[in-house]
Design a binder for this molecule. Structure first.
Ligand SMILES: [Zn+2]
Length: 153
């Protein structure tokens, strides 16, 4: 079963917000995002799939990489010819560290590594966002179930 329906809604909500009566048929709900157990205390998050991806993220880096070509100050240089043959490419890493913009010149191989780490950083943030969403939904479901239970008493 997929955790999120095509319209972005969490399917699991619809299934679990129905009043649960008598013997419970479902004890464990497994989706592509999380494993949830149906307990007497409500839903318990057993495993969060996005969390499992964390181990595979690898190095992360902030900032961005820019590729630039430059023109030097020598008027007779090929970079001032028509058409100009610019110098480079040069790779530059730019990041904000403690509120300050830091730039560093990189070699092409360093730039390639950094681009990979920056992509990892983006992936990591996406996973964290997903984990927060799963946790928020789990909290909501647990509270709804507690409400349903107390309404029955
Ligand atoms: Zn030049």
């Amino acid at each position: 079963m997929e955790h999120v329906a095509r319209d972005g809604e969490f399917k699991i909500v619809k299934e679990c917000s129905l009043p649960l009566t008598g013997e419970r048929v479902v004890h464990r709900i497994i989706t592509d995002l999380a494993v949830l157990d149906v307990t007497d205390q409500g839903l318990r998050l057993v495993e969060c799939a996005p969390g499992a991806q964390l181990a595979d993220v690898g190095y992360i880096a902030a900032g961005s990489i820019t590729r630039r070509h430059t023109r030097c100050g020598t008027p007779s240089c090929r970079c001032h010819a028509d058409p100009p043959q610019m110098h480079g490419p040069y790779w530059q890493w730019t990041a904000k560290i403690d509120g300050k913009t830091v730039t560093r010149r990189l070699s092409q191989s360093e730039a390639e590594l950094y681009q990979e780490w920056i992509a990892n950083d983006r992936q990591l943030r996406a996973i964290i966002t997903q984990m927060r969403q799963v946790a928020a939904k789990a909290t909501e479901l647990t509270m709804n179930e507690a409400k349903n239970k107390s309404a029955k008493v």
